[in-house]
Design a protein around this ligand. Structure first.
Ligand SMILES: [Mg+2]
Length: 272
């Protein structure tokens, strides 16, 4: 069920952080004027953070038939709350009581991915507007893109082709210039920031510390995965399924009601 929103959410200011320690490894900054230790990599969640479906629960419209096709059953999926979970985790949780293990599911991940994309393309190609970009998102992505301190990547529970299809539909693909991590790579979201960070370090040839990564997301799982890796977290209260109190309880490094106030966003990120 969609949660009720109120205006004037408090914001939690980011606490000042000690500078990231310098490494003895030779490193190259993408911006010559900027020391590597000042660079920050933004790891963006998609659903509830950048965009959402125009109708709550529509995710299940295409994932239930997809699971039935691949595994012969959608298990518990119809009654599950899936926000913040990776797609592999959703499948695992849905089918657990039917005797399917994570190993069974991983063995069929290619088939799953194919069937998922077939169902999703049918869902997104029906002529209706099925996703909406959340308020302020495009401007926010442009602002960080234009700032030398930041580069952006996706760290999302979506399987990779679904993530890129959503970015394409939303017209946001151009902002994600770095490799990310996706929901077909683990049933545990906590694994994803480290996977993305390793790819990004290799891609940029930069020895970035975990605290130079900032996970931006709308659920407790986003905050947890940041903590697990040692990254900072910026929670945004734009998801449908969690209340602001749920996010506060996870102690994110910063919390914003949404991404509409660019000055506040840049000031908040500047403190992380
Ligand atoms: Mg989300």
């Amino acid at each position: 069920m969609a949660k009720t929103k109120s205006n004037g959410h408090p914001t939690v200011p980011a606490s000042p952080r000690p500078p990231v320690s310098e490494s003895s490894h030779p490193r190259v900054s993408p911006s010559p004027a900027l020391p590597i230790s000042d660079c920050r990599i933004l790891l963006w969640d998609i659903d509830g953070t950048l965009m959402r479906s125009t109708r709550a629960g529509s995710f299940k419209d295409y994932t239930i038939p997809m699971l039935e096709e691949v595994f012969g059953t959608a298990g518990r999926l119809p009654e599950m709350k899936v926000s913040g979970m990776t797609d592999l985790q959703i499948v695992g949780e849905a089918l657990k009581h039917k005797g399917f293990t994570h190993e069974h599911i991983r063995e069929r991940v290619h088939e799953l991915r194919e069937s998922y994309m077939k169902a999703m393309r049918k869902f997104t190609g029906n002529g209706d507007e099925v996703f909406e970009v959340l308020p302020g998102v495009r401007t926010a992505l442009q602002a960080v893109h234009d700032h030398p301190r930041y580069q952006s990547a996706l760290v999302t529970g979506n399987i990779e082709p679904a993530a890129w299809l959503k970015m394409e539909i939303a017209g946001l693909s151009e902002f994600f210039t770095l490799p990310g991590a996706f929901g077909d790579e683990s049933h545990d979201r906590r694994d994803l920031p480290a996977l993305a960070a390793e790819r990004i370090r290799r891609h940029l040839q930069m020895d970035l510390a975990p605290e130079q990564f900032i996970v931006i997301g709308d659920t407790p799982n986003d905050i947890e995965c940041a903590k697990h890796f040692g990254a900072r977290s910026l929670a945004v209260d734009t998801g449908r399924f969690y209340e602001i109190e749920d996010l506060v309880a996870c102690e994110p490094d910063a919390l914003l009601p949404d991404l509409t106030d660019i000055d506040l966003l840049m000031q908040t990120l500047g403190n992380l």
